[in-house]
Design a binder for this molecule. Structure first.
Ligand code: NAD
Ligand code: ZN
Length: 430
């Protein structure tokens, strides 16, 4: 599974993604040749002129029969009310957002929902912000608001925010009272490139990430890339873990494009960002359309997540951002794949390099032991599912142990380290 596309995979079910035509930035986008070797030509993008880029939403279709939906991607889309209004069902709308996003975009979204649309009545709920609030208590606040507002099964829930808002609101929409209309307005790279597409919804349990949830598709996803302008650096970088993952598992050309353009992406060049988000949505849509319920192929999108979820659960939700944990998890998965002989060392090097370029961590938290990884992973038994999703045969416990010990201190070392700190001494006990 791991890095199959980059390692010129023999997995035929992924090959369809490789035929994608390499993007040509012709209008408003100059390709500048900056380095060339005998074999490799690198391009670096420079920003488009401000007069470029017409305001036309790109649409990625998620084709799931009668549950198909469009993903609109573009700048300034929140200024186009019809894109939202055409997907509203019933008269009642509940916008679910949080304390950080509400001051930035709630008024704009409410305006887009009601302008020229007097029959619609919009309620909103502003939840506490953070992964640590992605739980049943917060979910209950959404139900409370919906019931107090006399919303019925003909209403629409709108998720406004990052992946946490999308997951909570989506789960509420799936279950109130037996499923209502649902629209995603994602505002982080993570949510725009990944979590808003594909229908996974849910909340965390103290024993494991996303342990409670369901798959429930939205009616539409509206990605206004302008909302990324307010995203802090750390949260911005975090989303690239999923974009890199997409390239690694499903599209070698996209991965190579990211390697050439990561600096432009980190500098938030709009065309580069729009392309990375669009391509990630396309890849996810193609995979979800073939395996919506994750009985096989879709599991490739979980690359790095078994290890990443273990970091998030062990550290306490919110300490490490999801993308940071996935970045390290991806490198652990890549390392293990190398030890198993599935990929060659060049993939390990490329994965490490691009994750550093994306300003993401490459090592787990200093106090996290191999035993902590295993205990958090055992709760879910997801390792087997992840491996079996795409690989024939059982996973190799020796390779897992070797990998975890390469990334972590052993329990003894951590204990010794803690002891020395507690004693106010800095000598190495062991
Ligand atoms: N459902 C899925 O398929 C799926 C896929 C990937 C991740 N996820 C989930 O998504 C969550 C992570 O998502 P995330 O990284 O977006 O985290 P997040 O939702 O916590 O957002 C990160 C931070 O950015 C803030 N924020 C959001 N938009 C902003 C904006 N435009 N300007 C300024 N601040 C803004 C948020 O309030 C938050 O403080 C995790 O819970 C993860 O499990 C789900
Ligand atoms: Zn993820």
């Amino acid at each position: 599974m791991v890095a199959s596309a980059v390692a010129s995979s023999s997995m035929s079910h992924l090959r369809f993604l490789h035929s994608y035509t390499f993007p040509r930035f012709e209008s408003g986008q100059v390709q500048l040749k900056v380095a060339a070797t005998a074999k490799v030509v690198m391009y670096q993008m420079i920003p488009p002129s401000s007069s470029a880029a017409p305001l036309i939403p790109t649409t990625v279709d998620v084709n799931l029969g009668d549950r198909s939906y469009p993903v609109y991607i573009g700048t300034g889309l929140l200024d186009h009310p019809h894109l939202l209004q055409r997907h509203i069902k019933g008269k009642g709308v509940l916008v679910v957002t949080n304390t950080k996003v509400a001051p930035l975009y709630l008024d704009k979204v409410i305006h887009a929902l009601i302008v020229g649309n007097p029959n619609v009545s919009v309620e909103s709920i502003i939840l506490p912000d953070g992964e640590q609030y992605k739980n049943m208590d917060t979910l209950m606040k959404v139900y409370d608001k919906a019931i107090e507002s006399h919303l019925d099964r003909h209403c629409t829930f709108v998720a406004l925010g990052g992946g946490v808002m999308g997951d909570i609101c989506g789960y509420a929409a799936a279950s109130f009272p037996h499923g209502v209309n649902f629209i995603q307005i994602p505002t982080t790279v993570m949510a725009q490139a990944d979590s808003s597409v594909g229908g996974k919804t849910g909340v965390n349990h103290r024993l494991g990430k996303n342990l409670i949830g369901t798959i429930y598709q939205p009616q539409s996803v509206l990605i206004d890339t302008d909302t990324l302008n307010t995203l802090p650096e750390r949260e911005f970088a975090s989303g690239f873990a999923e974009i890199i993952k997409c390239g690694l598992v499903a599209d070698a050309e996209f991965f190579a494009w990211q390697e050439r353009n990561m600096d432009a992406l980190m500098a938030r060049y709009p065309d580069a960002l729009a392309y990375a988000i669009k391509r990630s949505c396309e890849i996810k849509a193609e995979i979800v359309c073939q395996d919506e319920m994750e009985s096989g192929l879709r599991a490739i999108l979980n690359l790095g997540h078994t290890f990443g979820h273990a970091i998030e659960t062990s550290c306490g939700y919110g300490e490490w951002l999801h993308g940071e944990a996935v970045a390290v998890g991806t490198l652990i998965a890549v390392d293990m794949s190398y030890r198993l002989g599935w990929i060659d060392n060049s993939v390990v090097e490329r994965a490490n390099k691009i994750i550093k370029q994306a300003k993401l961590p490459t090592r787990p938290p200093a106090n996290m032991t191999a035993e902590m990884f295993k205990s958090a992973m055992a709760v879910r038994m997801k390792l087997k599912i992840e491996m079996h999703g795409c690989i024939k045969g059982d996973y190799d416990r020796k390779a897992l142990d070797e990998t975890l010990h390469a990334f972590c201190k052993s329990l003894n070392q951590v204990f010794s380290f803690v002891l020395s700190v507690c004693n106010g001494r800095s000598f190495v006990v062991q």
